[in-house]
Design a protein around this ligand. Sequence first.
Ligand SMILES: *[C@@H]1O[C@H](CO)[C@@H](O)[C@H](O)[C@H]1NC(C)=O
Ligand SMILES: *[C@@H]1O[C@H](CO)[C@@H](O)[C@H](O)[C@H]1NC(C)=O
Ligand SMILES: *[C@@H]1O[C@H](CO)[C@@H](O)[C@H](O)[C@H]1NC(C)=O
Ligand SMILES: *[C@@H]1O[C@H](CO)[C@@H](O)[C@H](O)[C@H]1NC(C)=O
Ligand SMILES: *[C@@H]1O[C@H](CO)[C@@H](O)[C@H](O)[C@H]1NC(C)=O
Ligand SMILES: [Fe+2]
Length: 470
Amino acid sequence: MKMNMKMKMGLVLYVCVAHVLLYHGAYGGMTSSFVRKEEKSVDMPFSSDVFSHPPGYNAPQQVHITQGDHVGRAVIVSWVTQDEPGSSDVVYWLADKTDQKYKATGKITTYKYYNYTSGFIHHCNIKNLQFESKYYYEVGIGHTTRRFWFMTPPPVGPDVPYTFGIMGDLGQTYDSNVTLAHYEMNPVKGAAVLFVGDLSYADHYEFHDNSRWDSWGRFAERSTAYQPWIWTAGNHELDYEPTIGETKPFKPFLHRYRMPFRASGSTEPLWYSIKRASAYIIVLSSYSAYGMYTPQYQWLFEEFPKVNRSETPWLIVLMHSPWYNSNSYHFMEGETMRVMFEPWFVQYKVDLVFAGHVHAYERSERISNIAYNIVNGECTPVHDKSAPVYITIGDGGNIEGLANNMTEPQPKYSAYREASFGHATLEIKNRTHAYYSWHRNSDGYAVTADSVMFFNRYWHPEDDSTAKNN
Ligand SMILES: *[C@@H]1O[C@H](CO)[C@@H](O)[C@H](O)[C@H]1NC(C)=O
Ligand SMILES: *[C@@H]1O[C@H](CO)[C@@H](O)[C@H](O)[C@H]1NC(C)=O
Ligand SMILES: *[C@@H]1O[C@H](CO)[C@@H](O)[C@H](O)[C@H]1NC(C)=O
Ligand SMILES: *[C@@H]1O[C@H](CO)[C@@H](O)[C@H](O)[C@H]1NC(C)=O
Ligand SMILES: *[C@@H]1O[C@H](CO)[C@@H](O)[C@H](O)[C@H]1NC(C)=O
Ligand SMILES: [Fe+2]
Protein backbone atom coordinates (compact mmCIF):
# COMPACT_ATOMS: atom_id res chain seq x y z
CA MET A 1 0.00 0.00 0.00
CA LYS A 2 1.23 3.46 -0.81
CA MET A 3 0.48 6.21 1.64
CA ASN A 4 0.77 9.86 0.93
CA MET A 5 2.62 12.11 3.31
CA LYS A 6 -0.46 13.27 5.23
CA MET A 7 -1.78 9.77 5.78
CA LYS A 8 1.63 8.65 6.87
CA MET A 9 1.99 11.53 9.29
CA GLY A 10 -1.44 10.79 10.65
CA LEU A 11 -0.43 7.23 11.30
CA VAL A 12 2.84 8.25 12.87
CA LEU A 13 1.07 10.75 15.09
CA TYR A 14 -1.42 8.17 16.18
CA VAL A 15 1.26 5.63 17.01
CA CYS A 16 3.36 8.13 18.94
CA VAL A 17 0.46 9.56 20.88
CA ALA A 18 -0.67 6.07 21.83
CA HIS A 19 2.85 5.30 22.94
CA VAL A 20 3.05 8.48 24.95
CA LEU A 21 -0.26 7.92 26.68
CA LEU A 22 0.76 4.41 27.49
CA TYR A 23 4.21 5.08 28.86
CA HIS A 24 4.60 8.76 29.61
CA GLY A 25 1.24 10.14 30.58
CA ALA A 26 3.00 13.28 31.78
CA TYR A 27 4.00 14.52 28.28
CA GLY A 28 0.71 16.27 27.67
CA GLY A 29 2.11 18.75 25.18
CA MET A 30 3.24 16.04 22.82
CA THR A 31 0.52 16.25 20.21
CA SER A 32 0.47 20.00 19.80
CA SER A 33 4.22 20.08 19.53
CA PHE A 34 3.86 18.26 16.21
CA VAL A 35 2.40 21.37 14.59
CA ARG A 36 4.84 22.23 11.82
CA LYS A 37 6.67 25.49 12.11
CA GLU A 38 6.07 27.25 8.83
CA GLU A 39 8.32 30.22 9.49
CA LYS A 40 12.02 30.01 8.76
CA SER A 41 14.39 29.03 11.51
CA VAL A 42 16.41 31.99 12.81
CA ASP A 43 20.00 32.01 13.94
CA MET A 44 20.62 32.48 17.63
CA PRO A 45 22.02 35.99 18.28
CA PHE A 46 25.71 36.37 19.12
CA SER A 47 24.71 37.21 22.69
CA SER A 48 23.22 33.70 23.21
CA ASP A 49 24.44 31.50 26.04
CA VAL A 50 25.66 28.84 23.58
CA PHE A 51 28.04 31.33 21.95
CA SER A 52 29.61 32.69 25.14
CA HIS A 53 33.39 33.01 25.14
CA PRO A 54 35.13 30.95 27.79
CA PRO A 55 36.46 33.34 30.48
CA GLY A 56 40.17 34.01 30.97
CA TYR A 57 43.07 35.44 28.98
CA ASN A 58 43.57 33.62 25.65
CA ALA A 59 41.20 30.84 26.73
CA PRO A 60 40.94 28.05 24.16
CA GLN A 61 37.55 28.01 22.45
CA GLN A 62 35.76 26.02 19.74
CA VAL A 63 37.40 22.83 20.97
CA HIS A 64 36.71 19.85 18.72
CA ILE A 65 38.11 16.38 18.16
CA THR A 66 38.06 13.85 15.35
CA GLN A 67 39.67 10.49 14.67
CA GLY A 68 43.37 10.96 13.89
CA ASP A 69 44.39 7.71 12.19
CA HIS A 70 42.82 4.80 10.34
CA VAL A 71 41.90 2.58 13.29
CA GLY A 72 41.04 4.86 16.22
CA ARG A 73 44.26 5.03 18.23
CA ALA A 74 44.81 8.71 17.46
CA VAL A 75 42.73 11.83 18.02
CA ILE A 76 43.11 15.22 16.37
CA VAL A 77 42.44 17.96 18.94
CA SER A 78 41.62 21.41 17.51
CA TRP A 79 40.91 24.74 19.19
CA VAL A 80 41.16 28.49 18.68
CA THR A 81 42.89 31.15 20.76
CA GLN A 82 42.03 34.80 20.20
CA ASP A 83 44.47 37.01 22.11
CA GLU A 84 47.82 35.52 21.07
CA PRO A 85 49.00 32.24 19.58
CA GLY A 86 49.81 30.69 22.95
CA SER A 87 50.84 27.08 23.39
CA SER A 88 49.91 24.38 20.87
CA ASP A 89 50.50 21.66 23.43
CA VAL A 90 47.91 19.10 24.43
CA VAL A 91 48.52 17.49 27.82
CA TYR A 92 46.63 14.20 28.16
CA TRP A 93 46.44 11.20 30.43
CA LEU A 94 44.50 8.02 31.05
CA ALA A 95 41.63 8.64 33.46
CA ASP A 96 42.76 5.76 35.65
CA LYS A 97 46.48 6.63 35.57
CA THR A 98 46.59 10.27 36.57
CA ASP A 99 50.26 10.14 37.60
CA GLN A 100 51.48 9.60 34.05
CA LYS A 101 50.87 12.60 31.79
CA TYR A 102 51.76 12.90 28.12
CA LYS A 103 52.30 15.94 25.96
CA ALA A 104 51.99 16.44 22.21
CA THR A 105 52.64 19.65 20.31
CA GLY A 106 50.42 20.79 17.47
CA LYS A 107 50.62 23.46 14.79
CA ILE A 108 49.00 26.85 14.41
CA THR A 109 47.31 28.20 11.32
CA THR A 110 45.42 31.40 10.53
CA TYR A 111 43.58 32.66 7.50
CA LYS A 112 41.94 35.78 6.16
CA TYR A 113 38.57 35.87 4.43
CA TYR A 114 37.65 39.20 2.81
CA ASN A 115 38.04 41.58 5.78
CA TYR A 116 37.90 38.87 8.48
CA THR A 117 41.04 37.58 10.17
CA SER A 118 40.82 34.31 12.04
CA GLY A 119 42.06 33.62 15.53
CA PHE A 120 44.98 31.25 16.06
CA ILE A 121 43.72 27.83 15.01
CA HIS A 122 45.53 24.90 16.66
CA HIS A 123 45.54 21.29 15.47
CA CYS A 124 47.36 18.56 17.37
CA ASN A 125 47.24 14.86 16.55
CA ILE A 126 47.79 12.76 19.67
CA LYS A 127 48.81 9.22 18.79
CA ASN A 128 49.43 5.75 20.21
CA LEU A 129 46.46 5.92 22.52
CA GLN A 130 45.09 2.81 24.17
CA PHE A 131 41.87 1.43 22.74
CA GLU A 132 38.66 1.64 24.72
CA SER A 133 39.99 3.99 27.36
CA LYS A 134 38.92 7.28 28.87
CA TYR A 135 41.43 10.09 28.47
CA TYR A 136 41.48 13.56 29.92
CA TYR A 137 43.11 16.32 27.92
CA GLU A 138 44.02 19.95 28.51
CA VAL A 139 44.58 22.81 26.10
CA GLY A 140 45.53 26.44 26.68
CA ILE A 141 48.70 25.49 28.58
CA GLY A 142 50.44 28.58 30.03
CA HIS A 143 47.43 30.89 29.99
CA THR A 144 43.89 29.75 30.65
CA THR A 145 43.85 25.96 30.70
CA ARG A 146 40.66 24.07 29.93
CA ARG A 147 40.16 20.34 30.53
CA PHE A 148 38.00 17.92 28.52
CA TRP A 149 37.83 14.14 28.05
CA PHE A 150 37.09 11.53 25.40
CA MET A 151 36.77 7.75 25.03
CA THR A 152 38.86 5.91 22.48
CA PRO A 153 36.93 3.25 20.54
CA PRO A 154 37.35 -0.49 21.09
CA PRO A 155 39.84 -2.23 18.78
CA VAL A 156 38.60 -2.82 15.26
CA GLY A 157 36.82 -6.17 15.00
CA PRO A 158 33.84 -7.88 13.43
CA ASP A 159 31.50 -8.19 16.41
CA VAL A 160 32.37 -5.04 18.32
CA PRO A 161 29.20 -3.17 19.28
CA TYR A 162 29.35 0.56 18.70
CA THR A 163 26.84 3.40 18.56
CA PHE A 164 27.05 6.33 16.18
CA GLY A 165 25.01 9.51 16.20
CA ILE A 166 24.12 10.95 12.81
CA MET A 167 23.42 14.59 12.07
CA GLY A 168 23.53 16.91 9.10
CA ASP A 169 22.97 20.50 8.03
CA LEU A 170 23.08 21.69 11.61
CA GLY A 171 23.60 25.45 11.42
CA GLN A 172 23.18 27.64 14.50
CA THR A 173 19.48 28.41 14.89
CA TYR A 174 17.29 27.77 17.91
CA ASP A 175 16.29 24.55 16.11
CA SER A 176 19.96 23.53 15.73
CA ASN A 177 20.29 23.90 19.48
CA VAL A 178 17.26 21.67 20.03
CA THR A 179 18.67 19.01 17.66
CA LEU A 180 21.96 18.95 19.54
CA ALA A 181 20.15 18.80 22.89
CA HIS A 182 18.06 15.86 21.65
CA TYR A 183 21.17 14.04 20.56
CA GLU A 184 22.73 14.63 23.98
CA MET A 185 19.59 13.67 25.91
CA ASN A 186 18.77 10.60 23.82
CA PRO A 187 18.91 7.58 26.14
CA VAL A 188 20.76 5.84 23.30
CA LYS A 189 24.24 7.25 23.76
CA GLY A 190 26.17 7.90 20.55
CA ALA A 191 29.94 7.58 20.99
CA ALA A 192 30.91 9.41 17.79
CA VAL A 193 29.01 11.54 15.30
CA LEU A 194 28.81 10.93 11.57
CA PHE A 195 28.24 14.45 10.29
CA VAL A 196 27.06 14.68 6.70
CA GLY A 197 28.05 18.29 6.00
CA ASP A 198 26.86 21.93 6.23
CA LEU A 199 28.17 23.12 9.58
CA SER A 200 27.85 26.83 10.28
CA TYR A 201 25.99 28.44 7.36
CA ALA A 202 28.26 31.47 7.82
CA ASP A 203 27.89 31.97 4.07
CA HIS A 204 24.30 33.05 4.69
CA TYR A 205 25.71 36.37 5.93
CA GLU A 206 27.07 39.23 3.90
CA PHE A 207 30.73 38.62 3.06
CA HIS A 208 30.24 35.14 4.62
CA ASP A 209 30.79 36.72 8.03
CA ASN A 210 33.34 34.23 9.33
CA SER A 211 32.64 35.16 12.94
CA ARG A 212 29.65 32.84 12.38
CA TRP A 213 32.19 30.04 11.88
CA ASP A 214 33.59 30.98 15.30
CA SER A 215 30.19 31.07 16.95
CA TRP A 216 29.33 27.67 15.46
CA GLY A 217 32.54 26.26 16.89
CA ARG A 218 31.62 27.57 20.35
CA PHE A 219 28.06 26.27 20.03
CA ALA A 220 29.05 22.75 18.97
CA GLU A 221 31.90 22.47 21.50
CA ARG A 222 29.67 20.94 24.16
CA SER A 223 29.61 17.80 21.97
CA THR A 224 32.60 18.11 19.64
CA ALA A 225 35.12 18.48 22.50
CA TYR A 226 34.05 15.15 24.01
CA GLN A 227 33.42 12.86 21.09
CA PRO A 228 34.84 12.71 17.59
CA TRP A 229 32.74 14.15 14.81
CA ILE A 230 33.52 12.60 11.44
CA TRP A 231 33.34 15.48 8.99
CA THR A 232 31.89 15.53 5.48
CA ALA A 233 32.05 18.65 3.29
CA GLY A 234 28.74 20.26 2.29
CA ASN A 235 28.01 23.02 -0.18
CA HIS A 236 27.97 25.55 2.68
CA GLU A 237 31.62 24.69 3.31
CA LEU A 238 32.64 25.93 -0.16
CA ASP A 239 32.70 29.65 0.73
CA TYR A 240 33.52 30.34 -2.91
CA GLU A 241 32.77 34.04 -3.51
CA PRO A 242 34.66 35.56 -6.45
CA THR A 243 32.77 38.85 -6.06
CA ILE A 244 34.82 39.56 -2.92
CA GLY A 245 37.98 37.88 -4.19
CA GLU A 246 37.47 34.60 -2.34
CA THR A 247 38.20 31.96 -4.95
CA LYS A 248 39.76 29.15 -2.91
CA PRO A 249 36.96 26.62 -2.24
CA PHE A 250 36.62 25.31 1.35
CA LYS A 251 39.08 27.86 2.77
CA PRO A 252 37.50 28.43 6.21
CA PHE A 253 36.40 24.79 6.59
CA LEU A 254 39.80 23.29 5.81
CA HIS A 255 41.63 25.71 8.09
CA ARG A 256 39.33 24.92 10.98
CA TYR A 257 38.63 21.20 10.57
CA ARG A 258 41.16 18.42 10.01
CA MET A 259 40.62 14.90 8.71
CA PRO A 260 42.98 11.90 8.89
CA PHE A 261 42.97 11.57 5.10
CA ARG A 262 46.59 10.46 4.59
CA ALA A 263 45.97 7.39 6.76
CA SER A 264 43.68 6.04 4.04
CA GLY A 265 45.92 6.94 1.13
CA SER A 266 43.86 9.95 0.15
CA THR A 267 45.51 13.08 -1.20
CA GLU A 268 42.77 15.48 -0.07
CA PRO A 269 40.98 15.99 3.26
CA LEU A 270 37.62 16.02 1.49
CA TRP A 271 37.53 12.27 0.82
CA TYR A 272 38.95 9.62 3.16
CA SER A 273 38.07 6.58 5.22
CA ILE A 274 38.32 5.39 8.80
CA LYS A 275 37.70 2.16 10.63
CA ARG A 276 35.94 2.44 13.95
CA ALA A 277 34.98 -0.67 15.95
CA SER A 278 33.09 -2.88 13.45
CA ALA A 279 32.43 -0.11 10.91
CA TYR A 280 34.31 1.04 7.85
CA ILE A 281 33.34 4.63 7.08
CA ILE A 282 34.03 6.14 3.66
CA VAL A 283 33.58 9.91 3.33
CA LEU A 284 33.06 11.38 -0.14
CA SER A 285 32.93 14.95 -1.42
CA SER A 286 29.92 15.90 -3.52
CA TYR A 287 31.71 19.17 -4.40
CA SER A 288 35.02 17.87 -5.68
CA ALA A 289 35.60 16.24 -9.03
CA TYR A 290 34.53 12.58 -9.16
CA GLY A 291 34.53 11.90 -12.88
CA MET A 292 36.65 9.16 -14.35
CA TYR A 293 40.42 9.58 -13.77
CA THR A 294 39.95 12.31 -11.13
CA PRO A 295 41.78 11.87 -7.80
CA GLN A 296 38.56 11.12 -5.89
CA TYR A 297 37.44 8.55 -8.47
CA GLN A 298 40.84 6.89 -8.47
CA TRP A 299 41.00 6.82 -4.68
CA LEU A 300 37.54 5.24 -4.32
CA PHE A 301 38.32 2.72 -7.05
CA GLU A 302 41.32 1.55 -5.01
CA GLU A 303 39.54 1.92 -1.68
CA PHE A 304 36.58 -0.44 -2.04
CA PRO A 305 38.67 -3.60 -2.58
CA LYS A 306 40.60 -2.80 0.64
CA VAL A 307 37.52 -3.16 2.82
CA ASN A 308 37.73 -6.49 4.64
CA ARG A 309 34.25 -7.41 5.84
CA SER A 310 35.70 -10.09 8.12
CA GLU A 311 37.35 -7.26 10.01
CA THR A 312 34.77 -4.46 9.57
CA PRO A 313 31.40 -5.96 8.56
CA TRP A 314 29.59 -2.61 8.36
CA LEU A 315 30.38 -0.54 5.28
CA ILE A 316 28.95 2.97 5.57
CA VAL A 317 29.36 5.88 3.15
CA LEU A 318 28.85 9.57 3.99
CA MET A 319 28.27 12.26 1.38
CA HIS A 320 26.44 15.57 1.33
CA SER A 321 24.19 15.49 -1.71
CA PRO A 322 21.80 12.49 -1.67
CA TRP A 323 21.44 10.11 -4.61
CA TYR A 324 17.91 9.01 -3.72
CA ASN A 325 15.65 11.69 -2.33
CA SER A 326 12.08 12.43 -3.29
CA ASN A 327 11.92 15.97 -1.98
CA SER A 328 11.46 18.56 -4.71
CA TYR A 329 14.22 20.50 -2.96
CA HIS A 330 17.62 19.67 -4.54
CA PHE A 331 15.88 16.94 -6.53
CA MET A 332 18.44 14.93 -8.57
CA GLU A 333 21.43 17.09 -7.60
CA GLY A 334 23.24 13.91 -6.55
CA GLU A 335 22.50 12.19 -9.84
CA THR A 336 25.84 12.69 -11.57
CA MET A 337 27.76 11.15 -8.69
CA ARG A 338 25.27 8.28 -8.52
CA VAL A 339 25.91 7.54 -12.17
CA MET A 340 29.65 7.34 -11.53
CA PHE A 341 29.72 5.33 -8.30
CA GLU A 342 26.51 3.36 -7.79
CA PRO A 343 27.71 0.17 -9.54
CA TRP A 344 30.58 -0.05 -7.02
CA PHE A 345 28.22 0.49 -4.07
CA VAL A 346 26.21 -2.53 -5.21
CA GLN A 347 29.24 -4.63 -6.14
CA TYR A 348 30.86 -4.04 -2.75
CA LYS A 349 27.58 -4.34 -0.85
CA VAL A 350 27.59 -1.02 0.98
CA ASP A 351 25.22 -1.29 3.94
CA LEU A 352 24.16 2.31 4.47
CA VAL A 353 24.63 5.68 2.79
CA PHE A 354 23.99 8.83 4.81
CA ALA A 355 23.57 12.18 3.08
CA GLY A 356 22.26 15.61 4.05
CA HIS A 357 21.63 18.73 1.96
CA VAL A 358 17.84 18.32 1.80
CA HIS A 359 16.39 19.75 4.99
CA ALA A 360 14.09 16.87 5.73
CA TYR A 361 14.32 13.21 6.62
CA GLU A 362 13.98 10.29 4.24
CA ARG A 363 14.87 6.59 4.22
CA SER A 364 14.92 4.48 1.07
CA GLU A 365 14.39 0.80 0.46
CA ARG A 366 17.33 -1.25 -0.82
CA ILE A 367 17.28 -0.24 -4.46
CA SER A 368 19.67 0.25 -7.34
CA ASN A 369 19.49 1.82 -10.75
CA ILE A 370 22.52 0.52 -12.58
CA ALA A 371 21.13 -1.43 -15.52
CA TYR A 372 20.58 1.54 -17.82
CA ASN A 373 23.03 1.89 -20.71
CA ILE A 374 21.51 4.76 -22.73
CA VAL A 375 19.67 2.46 -25.15
CA ASN A 376 18.02 -0.37 -23.17
CA GLY A 377 15.38 1.77 -21.45
CA GLU A 378 15.99 0.15 -18.04
CA CYS A 379 16.12 3.37 -16.09
CA THR A 380 13.86 2.72 -13.11
CA PRO A 381 15.23 1.94 -9.63
CA VAL A 382 14.63 -1.71 -8.77
CA HIS A 383 14.68 -3.67 -5.53
CA ASP A 384 18.23 -4.94 -5.03
CA LYS A 385 19.32 -6.91 -1.98
CA SER A 386 22.96 -6.00 -2.59
CA ALA A 387 22.20 -2.30 -2.54
CA PRO A 388 22.51 0.09 0.39
CA VAL A 389 19.70 1.88 2.16
CA TYR A 390 19.96 5.61 1.46
CA ILE A 391 19.19 7.94 4.33
CA THR A 392 18.83 11.69 3.94
CA ILE A 393 19.32 13.40 7.27
CA GLY A 394 19.81 17.07 6.43
CA ASP A 395 17.31 17.99 9.13
CA GLY A 396 19.64 19.49 11.73
CA GLY A 397 17.76 22.79 11.87
CA ASN A 398 19.71 25.41 9.94
CA ILE A 399 18.70 28.91 8.92
CA GLU A 400 17.12 27.85 5.62
CA GLY A 401 14.28 26.03 7.39
CA LEU A 402 12.53 22.79 6.44
CA ALA A 403 12.15 21.46 2.91
CA ASN A 404 8.51 20.43 3.02
CA ASN A 405 7.64 20.14 -0.65
CA MET A 406 7.80 16.46 -1.57
CA THR A 407 7.39 15.08 -5.07
CA GLU A 408 4.09 13.26 -5.42
CA PRO A 409 3.25 10.46 -5.47
CA GLN A 410 5.86 9.10 -3.08
CA PRO A 411 8.19 6.95 -5.20
CA LYS A 412 8.27 3.23 -4.48
CA TYR A 413 11.93 3.46 -3.47
CA SER A 414 11.08 5.84 -0.63
CA ALA A 415 10.27 3.95 2.57
CA TYR A 416 9.72 6.88 4.90
CA ARG A 417 9.88 10.64 4.52
CA GLU A 418 9.03 13.58 6.70
CA ALA A 419 9.88 17.27 6.87
CA SER A 420 10.85 17.57 10.54
CA PHE A 421 14.06 18.47 12.32
CA GLY A 422 15.87 15.63 14.06
CA HIS A 423 18.86 13.30 14.35
CA ALA A 424 19.50 9.56 14.17
CA THR A 425 21.43 6.87 16.00
CA LEU A 426 22.89 3.63 14.68
CA GLU A 427 23.51 0.91 17.26
CA ILE A 428 25.72 -1.75 15.73
CA LYS A 429 25.07 -4.93 17.73
CA ASN A 430 27.29 -7.47 15.99
CA ARG A 431 28.28 -8.45 12.45
CA THR A 432 24.70 -9.15 11.38
CA HIS A 433 22.43 -6.65 13.15
CA ALA A 434 22.38 -2.87 13.59
CA TYR A 435 19.46 -1.00 15.10
CA TYR A 436 18.80 2.36 13.50
CA SER A 437 16.40 5.04 14.68
CA TRP A 438 15.47 8.56 13.72
CA HIS A 439 14.28 11.02 16.35
CA ARG A 440 12.30 14.15 15.62
CA ASN A 441 12.87 17.26 17.72
CA SER A 442 9.20 17.72 18.48
CA ASP A 443 9.06 14.39 20.36
CA GLY A 444 10.32 13.51 23.82
CA TYR A 445 13.98 12.52 24.01
CA ALA A 446 13.31 8.79 24.17
CA VAL A 447 10.77 8.60 21.33
CA THR A 448 11.81 7.09 18.00
CA ALA A 449 9.89 8.25 14.94
CA ASP A 450 11.37 5.83 12.40
CA SER A 451 13.36 2.73 13.25
CA VAL A 452 14.65 -0.36 11.48
CA MET A 453 16.78 -3.34 12.38
CA PHE A 454 19.24 -3.35 9.49
CA PHE A 455 20.77 -6.64 8.41
CA ASN A 456 24.36 -6.63 7.25
CA ARG A 457 24.70 -7.03 3.47
CA TYR A 458 27.77 -9.24 3.69
CA TRP A 459 27.00 -11.49 6.67
CA HIS A 460 23.21 -11.59 6.70
CA PRO A 461 21.77 -10.30 3.41
CA GLU A 462 18.16 -11.01 4.36
CA ASP A 463 15.24 -8.77 3.51
CA ASP A 464 15.10 -5.83 5.94
CA SER A 465 12.86 -3.65 3.81
CA THR A 466 9.81 -1.75 5.00
CA ALA A 467 7.81 -2.80 1.94
CA LYS A 468 7.96 -6.42 3.14
CA ASN A 469 5.90 -5.46 6.17
CA ASN A 470 3.19 -3.57 4.30
C1 LIG B 1 33.85 44.09 6.83
O1 LIG B 1 33.25 44.95 5.89
C2 LIG B 1 31.85 45.19 6.12
C3 LIG B 1 31.33 46.04 4.98
O2 LIG B 1 32.17 47.09 4.71
C4 LIG B 1 31.64 45.83 7.49
O3 LIG B 1 30.26 45.98 7.74
C5 LIG B 1 32.25 44.94 8.56
O4 LIG B 1 32.16 45.56 9.82
C6 LIG B 1 33.72 44.67 8.25
N1 LIG B 1 34.22 43.70 9.20
C7 LIG B 1 35.42 43.80 9.72
C8 LIG B 1 35.82 42.71 10.65
O5 LIG B 1 36.16 44.73 9.46
C1 LIG C 1 20.46 25.74 23.92
O1 LIG C 1 20.16 24.48 24.51
C2 LIG C 1 20.71 24.31 25.80
C3 LIG C 1 20.42 22.87 26.22
O2 LIG C 1 19.08 22.59 26.11
C4 LIG C 1 20.12 25.34 26.74
O3 LIG C 1 20.73 25.21 28.01
C5 LIG C 1 20.38 26.72 26.18
O4 LIG C 1 19.78 27.70 27.00
C6 LIG C 1 19.86 26.85 24.77
N1 LIG C 1 20.21 28.15 24.22
C7 LIG C 1 19.43 28.80 23.35
C8 LIG C 1 19.91 30.15 22.92
O5 LIG C 1 18.39 28.36 22.93
C1 LIG D 1 40.55 -9.89 6.80
O1 LIG D 1 40.40 -9.75 8.20
C2 LIG D 1 40.50 -11.00 8.90
C3 LIG D 1 40.14 -10.73 10.35
O2 LIG D 1 40.92 -9.70 10.87
C4 LIG D 1 41.91 -11.57 8.71
O3 LIG D 1 42.01 -12.82 9.37
C5 LIG D 1 42.17 -11.74 7.23
O4 LIG D 1 43.50 -12.16 7.03
C6 LIG D 1 41.93 -10.44 6.47
N1 LIG D 1 42.01 -10.70 5.05
C7 LIG D 1 42.81 -10.01 4.26
C8 LIG D 1 42.74 -10.36 2.81
O5 LIG D 1 43.55 -9.15 4.68
C1 LIG E 1 6.81 22.09 -5.10
O1 LIG E 1 7.51 21.28 -6.03
C2 LIG E 1 6.89 21.23 -7.32
C3 LIG E 1 7.65 20.19 -8.14
O2 LIG E 1 8.99 20.49 -8.19
C4 LIG E 1 6.91 22.61 -7.94
O3 LIG E 1 6.29 22.58 -9.21
C5 LIG E 1 6.16 23.56 -7.03
O4 LIG E 1 6.26 24.88 -7.52
C6 LIG E 1 6.73 23.53 -5.61
N1 LIG E 1 5.87 24.29 -4.72
C7 LIG E 1 6.35 25.16 -3.86
C8 LIG E 1 5.34 25.82 -2.98
O5 LIG E 1 7.55 25.38 -3.73
C1 LIG F 1 23.31 -10.18 16.83
O1 LIG F 1 22.46 -9.19 17.38
C2 LIG F 1 21.09 -9.47 17.24
C3 LIG F 1 20.32 -8.26 17.72
O2 LIG F 1 20.72 -7.90 19.01
C4 LIG F 1 20.74 -10.75 17.99
O3 LIG F 1 19.37 -11.03 17.81
C5 LIG F 1 21.59 -11.87 17.43
O4 LIG F 1 21.35 -13.05 18.17
C6 LIG F 1 23.07 -11.51 17.52
N1 LIG F 1 23.86 -12.53 16.87
C7 LIG F 1 24.77 -13.21 17.52
C8 LIG F 1 25.50 -14.24 16.73
O5 LIG F 1 25.02 -13.01 18.69
FE1 LIG G 1 23.64 21.54 1.67
